[in-house]
Design a protein around this ligand. Structure first.
Ligand code: CMC
Length: 435
């Protein structure tokens, strides 16, 4: 007869009182185990304190696994290198949403379903006209994505699995259309309606760079690189924007509103805004001879400047996504015959930083944004659109994580606590008596 393994525990002792309590330890499939502290406050009157969540597992998830020390990224168990080399973005989207890569029949059905939803309500077109043409594209995206909940009332009931699925499909299908419209609006060109005979990435490039006046010539190398960029950004575990989507969703807000919250969080330069910041930094550096000056600035603790595109909260090794994109950057630049001086600055910066003891000791390797910016610039996207493209890809991860959370029977609203450091209760002083 097999014996059940004893429950693993972690004993916590209060040094002042000598009291101790056993906390359950939970194991995942792979990766670090977690200490379950949910009963800690009730039993000890203490909260845990972890302001930037460097040691906190906020949920259980079956989607994505990262080993930052080894530079490993898996979606549903598949390595990111295998997915980027062999799959399409929509296959990866299927795996994230439903758990497995699709078979041939499922792939066809999923592509048909997503393609069916690529158009946006015609009224949305008018919505754009309210924005200034020089608005940052991410500000427009925050607005138009949140506004989708004002258009698709038939998929807002989060407790109906069919409606959940419909809103997930709509978001994956419509975000590229909205992103391309945002770009077209900023440059004063007409919106291009989606073309459902093209693949997801081909259609996106067509909507961005096609014009009604002439046929659009598709480059297979660019479409392939676009698809790889989308795959590499599809999901990344419980990062800031994904945690934002989950927290917003935990209040039972509708999925369109939750994804808009994720877009707002992604915008910041420490997160999705980094690819734009990389290009701005390379432009500011300008030439190879100025690199040492900027390296010194990055090392100076009294200077807030950081080398954009270097370092990662989780990866303390080469970001596996950066390896794939480094190669894609070479392919795109060769295909387009681009000899970009900024690329020379980028390559020299990478070389120097990888040898400098400051970066080596702190394990600050180039991250995915270091290379994605270079490719997107070569494709013809303005820097202000880079984070929008990240949002197009990450929508798949956000909505898959949201769906996983809503389907969890133990769903409760997220509600962190705090260490209060303000004044203790004090008497109210009438205004005439205040100093
Ligand atoms: N340039 C110079 N020094 C750096 C950098 C950098 N890019 N990144 C980290 N450091 C230093 C930091 O000053 C600290 O030094 P010390 O130990 O002497 O105080 C040490 O390295 C550890 O840094 P940290 O701030 O504790 O690391 P973090 O996990 O809080 O920050 C990060 C991670 C990504 C915000 C940060 O590395 C950074 O600001 N990088 C540049 C922005 C960037 O490329 N972001 C994109 C991240 S990847 C895409 C995504 O996830 O959205």
């Amino acid at each position: 007869m097999s014996q059940e393994a004893p429950e693993k525990t972690f004993t916590l002792t209060n040094d002042q009182t000598g009291e101790s309590m056993k906390l359950p330890v939970k194991d995942g499939t792979i990766g670090p185990s977690v200490i379950d502290v949910r009963k800690l406050y009730a039993e000890t009157g203490h909260f845990t304190f972890d302001p930037s969540f460097t040691a906190t597992g906020s949920c259980k998830s079956r989607l994505t696994y990262i080993d930052g020390e080894e530079g490993i990224l898996l979606h549903r168990g598949y390595s990111i290198e295998d997915l980027a080399e062999n799959s399409t973005f929509l296959e990866v989207a299927h795996a994230l949403l439903y758990g497995d890569l699709p078979n041939a029949k499922e792939k066809e059905a999923f592509e048909r379903e997503i393609t069916y939803h690529t158009m946006v309500h015609e009224q949305v077109h008018l919505f754009y006209r309210g924005f200034r043409r020089d608005a940052h594209p991410m500000s427009v995206m925050c607005g138009v994505v949140a506004a989708l909940s004002a258009f698709y009332h038939d998929s807002l009931d989060i407790w109906d699995p069919k409606q959940r699925e419909l809103s997930a499909h709509r978001l994956i299908a419509k975000i590229p259309t909205l992103a391309a419209m945002t770009y077209k609006y900023s440059i004063g060109q007409p919106f291009m309606y989606p073309r459902n005979d093209l693949s997801f990435s081909e259609n996106f490039l067509y909507m961005c760079f096609g014009v009604p006046a002439e046929p659009y010539r598709m480059s297979p190398v660019l479409a392939d690189a676009m698809d790889k960029i989308f795959i590499l950004h599809a999901d990344h575990e419980q990062n800031a924007s994904t945690s934002t989507v989950r927290l917003a969703g935990s209040s039972q807000a509708n999925p369109f509103a939750c994804i808009a919250a994720g877009i707002a969080c992604l915008w910041g330069p420490s997160h999705g805004g980094a690819n734009q910041a990389v290009l701005e930094m390379l432009e500011e550096i300008g030439s190879k001879d100025r690199i040492p000056e900027f390296i010194e600035k990055a090392k100076d603790k009294d200077d807030p400047f950081r080398l954009m595109g270097f370092g990662h909260r989780v990866y303390k090794n080469f970001d596996p996504r950066a390896g794939v994109l480094k190669k894609a950057a070479d392919d795109v630049l060769n295909d387009l015959g681009i000899d970009d001086p900024m690329l020379e600055v980028a390559m020299e910066l990478e070389r120097i930083a990888l040898e400098d003891p400051y970066f080596v000791e702190r394990k600050l390797f180039p991250n995915v944004d270091f290379y994605s910016g270079i490719i997107l610039r070569a494709m013809g996207f303005p820097t202000s659109m880079f984070t929008v493209l990240f949002a197009v890809a990450r929508t798949v991860g956000w909505i898959s994580q949201w769906k996983e959370m809503i389907e969890e029977p133990s769903l409760r609203i997220g509600r962190p606590r705090q260490l209060y450091t303000g004044p203790a209760a004090r008497p109210y002083v009438p205004i005439e008596d205040r100093d």
